[in-house]
Design a protein around this ligand. Sequence first.
Ligand SMILES: [Zn+2]
Ligand SMILES: [Zn+2]
Ligand SMILES: [Zn+2]
Length: 279
Amino acid sequence: MLMSAMYIVMESQFDYSVHDMPVLRRWWCLLLLENNSLNSCGKIFAHWTKECQELIAGKHTPVFSLKRKAEQQDIEETMTQTASDVQRMCMADSMQFCVYQTSNNTGERLLYPEVNFMKWVQCKTCRGWLHQDCAGIEMEPFDCGCEDSIEHPRIKDAVDSGGIHAVFSKTQIKTLHDDLLSGKIRSNRMFLWRNPATSLRLKQHLKIRTLSWSEQRMFELLRFIEEATTISEKIKRGEIHLLDFVFDVMLPELLIKALQEHGITRFRAEQMMACGNIF
Ligand SMILES: [Zn+2]
Ligand SMILES: [Zn+2]
Ligand SMILES: [Zn+2]
C-alpha cells in the first residue's frame, strides 16, 4: 500500500505487478529493519526527519541490496537525483566551470534553468561529483582526472608541426557547431553567448586567455571554423557579432572537444585551458 501511495504521489506509472509483491515485501522489510532502531521507529517515513532525508539523498548505505528491475531502477534513480540535487556540489562549480553554475552561496542556478533533471557521475577515486554535462564523456567506472593518470596530449606540438589539420577536422567542427546550437551539447559559454546578461563577469571568466600558438596557426583555425560552419559568409554579410561566437564559444569548445577525444573530461579540460600548458 505504501508502495502504491508513493507511486501515486510521484505521479509514476505503475510498473510492478502482483508477481513482484514477495520481492517488494522483502524490500520494505529490509528497509524497516535497516533504518529503525528501537527509539526511532517510523522516522524513516516522515519526510521532515533527518533519517528520511538522508535515505532519500542516498547517504544511507544499505546492509543488503536487492537486485532491481531495470525500470524500477530508473525511477528510483530519478528520485534520488531530484532529492540530492540540492545538496550535491558539482566539482566544476567552485572553479566557475560548471555548465549550470549551481552555487551554494546564492542557492541559485544561473544557467539552463529549464533543465530539471541533471545526471551526475561520481569519480571512483576522489568520490567527487560532476554533472554529466560537466564531465562530457562517459566511462565506467568514472574518473574525473584527479589522478592525472591520462597522459596529456601534446595538442600544441601537433598543431605546431602538422598544422590545424593534424588535430581538427571540418566534420568535427561542423558537428560540434550543430550540437551546440541544438543544445545536444550544453555549454556554459553557449548559454552566455545567447544570454549575456545572465552574468557578464562569468562570460569574461570563461574567455580563453592562454593560447600560445603562433598567429598563423590561430588564423588557420579561425578560418577552419568559419569555413566548416558557413559563419564566414555571415560575417562577410555584416553579422559581426558572430566573430564573438567564434572566439568565445567555438574556439574553447573545440579545444575541449579535442581533449575529450583523449578521454579527458570537460572539467579537466577547463583546468588545462586555464593553466594553458598544453595549448
Ligand atoms: Zn556541473
Ligand atoms: Zn576524482
Ligand atoms: Zn596535469
